[in-house]
Ligand binder design. Structure first.
Ligand code: SF4
Length: 265
């Protein structure tokens, strides 16, 4: 070995130690079984195990503030019994609750039972619900649903998710409305257009399909809040958190909202 090589080796600077990445602090398991599930399955920001605990606390703060701000939040559809609520909810698809409420008083005076709807002349029913839009397919759904109610449920609206989902024109949103509002049963969370938009803005879910958003909300909020939560979000969506120009300066949860769509000028 030549003296030059030795010299070169000695002159070489010592190897730099690469600092080890500090160990991540273990998040203690949460007591609520729903929340434990949330920690295990990181599928969306709300389910990220690192932010799960703070995400849950933040979600609760948002719920409480909205509850204080909208103490009268409830279903905006007018109805007197589960059948009327079911029909009104079918009519509300692609329409507004306000519009449905202008149509239903005369409709429910004319057709008082599932049997009345089942045997109605389609043309008459279509005329009656015309202003709600999609009147032909809605009339078909109402009549198909009413026939099944008469044939299988003695004219009554069933109070289980499975039975409701068998009715034509009834998907999870309508079933959740009927179960929550008419029967006070929390089987899921109503996800309409307002709930979809606000769930995204408030980072409760980044999913786009209603069923997946519903799952995220069910993981993030305890079951006892599943019925009221969508009413609060819908009220907030109508009052301030509009799709086009949210009124963020008046928003009671502005400090908890991290949305890029905030308008603060
Ligand atoms: S701050 Fe704005 S975008 Fe966020 S929830 Fe309030 S109104 Fe909606």
């Amino acid at each position: 070995m030549s003296p030059t090589t030795l010299k070169n080796r000695k002159d070489r600077p010592p190897k730099r130690k690469i600092p080890r990445r500090p160990r991540q602090k273990r998040i203690p398991p949460l007591k609520n079984p729903q929340h434990q599930r949330l920690q295990r399955v990181p599928r969306s920001p709300a389910r990220n195990p690192v932010t799960a605990k703070s995400g849950l606390a933040r979600a609760q703060r948002i719920f409480e503030r909205l509850n204080e701000h909208y103490p009268d939040a409830k279903c905006a559809l007018d109805f007197k019994n589960p059948l009327q609520l079911l029909i009104a909810t079918i009519l509300s698809a692609q329409s507004t609750d306000k519009m449905v409420n202008t149509v239903t008083p005369a409709l429910f005076r004319k057709y008082r039972s599932a049997q009345d709807f089942a045997v109605a002349l389609p043309a008459d029913l279509e005329k009656q619900i015309h202003s709600c839009g999609f009147f032909r397919s809605k009339a078909r759904s109402i009549q198909g649903t009413s026939r099944i109610l008469v044939e299988k449920h003695k004219g009554k609206v069933p109070d289980t998710m499975d039975a409701l989902l068998e009715l034509p024109g009834v998907a999870r949103k309508t079933a959740n409305v009927v179960l929550g509002v008419a029967f006070a049963k929390a089987e899921g969370v109503v996800v309409d257009t307002h709930v979809q938009r606000l769930s995204r803005r408030l980072n409760f879910s980044q999913q786009t399909q209603p069923e997946k958003i519903e799952r995220d909300l069910m993981d993030l909020f305890p079951k006892k809040q599943w019925i009221l939560l969508p009413h609060l979000l819908i009220h907030h969506g109508r009052a301030l958190c509009h799709a086009r120009k949210p009124e963020c300066l008046k928003c009671p949860i502005e400090d908890l909202c991290t949305s890029d769509e905030k308008v603060l000028a």
